[in-house]
Design a protein around this ligand. Structure first.
Ligand code: GSH
Length: 234
């Protein structure tokens, strides 16, 4: 039995976390059955992070580790048509998106006052007093310190967005006119790219990063193609 612990849907998305969307999309791509357990904060997940996966009693707390584990347990590999070189490119794209672009997306949500008001209402709007008075601020300070560690929190906003826009340009160039990042059919890296793009494009969080992404028509069409394929009713 596979239990996927993740945030509840938000912003009109299956999930407001790109990592949760990546893992759920991959589960659908791999054709594995799973049950969703929604939790409102990572601290309440079995592994203290979201997504967390519990597979036959074993807890896995990283989307890539969870996928590797499932690939071994179920002897499947959605990337089997790929060459070694294509696999290496996929790995590099995942690093670009998850270890670089993710932080800029996070910055746009938590560090820009107008967007923070939207995020605060979306993520913490149901809290009751006294939690509502201090929990959002604690969470924002935690995110700020993670962004400080990335060297982003105090950087001029335009510079931060310029870094993210370059990542978007790279992704747009790599996709080109293909339906999916590597070719005619989606593979693992598409789950990652889809989760990240969806979380930039869809939320009512305005930024130069979002505007620039919306200007890349191939990426917008790709996002819509992935949505129709994996979350058609959502
Ligand atoms: N490398 C992890 C990243 C997961 C991650 O950072 N999740 C965020 C939510 S988007 C989280 O749980 N943050 C809480 C924390 O870091 O304490 C993965 O691929 O699953």
């Amino acid at each position: 039995m596979i239990a996927l612990y993740q945030f509840p849907p938000a912003f009109g998305l299956p999930n407001p976390s790109p990592f949760c969307m990546k893992l759920e999309t991959w589960l659908r791509l791999a054709g594995l059955e799973y049950e969703v357990r929604t939790v409102t904060s990572p601290g309440k997940a079995p592994g203290g992070k979201l997504p967390s996966l519990v597979v036959d009693g074993k807890t896995l707390t990283d989307s890539a580790a969870a996928i590797r584990h499932l690939e071994q347990q179920f002897q499947l590999d959605v990337d089997s048509p790929l060459s070694a070189e294509q696999r290496a490119v996929c790995e590099a794209i995942e690093r670009l998106l998850e270890d670089h672009l993710y932080w800029i997306m996070l910055y746009s949500r938590w560090m820009v006052p107008a967007n923070w008001r939207v995020v605060r209402r979306t993520f913490f709007g149901d809290l009751r007093f006294p939690l509502s008075a201090y929990l959002p601020g604690i969470a924002q300070r935690q995110v700020r310190s993670m962004l400080q560690a990335q060297g982003l929190a105090e950087r001029p906003r335009d510079e931060v967005y310029a870094l993210g826009c370059r990542d978007i340009d790279v992704l747009s160039t790599l996709l080109g006119k293909k339906p999916f990042l590597i070719g005619e059919e989606p593979v693992r890296v598409d789950c990652c790219a889809y989760g990240m793009l969806a979380n930039i494009i869809k939320p009512p969080v305005e930024s130069k990063l979002k505007a620039h992404t919306l200007d890349q028509t191939n990426l917008v069409a790709y996002y819509e193609r992935m949505s129709e394929r994996f979350f058609p009713a959502e």
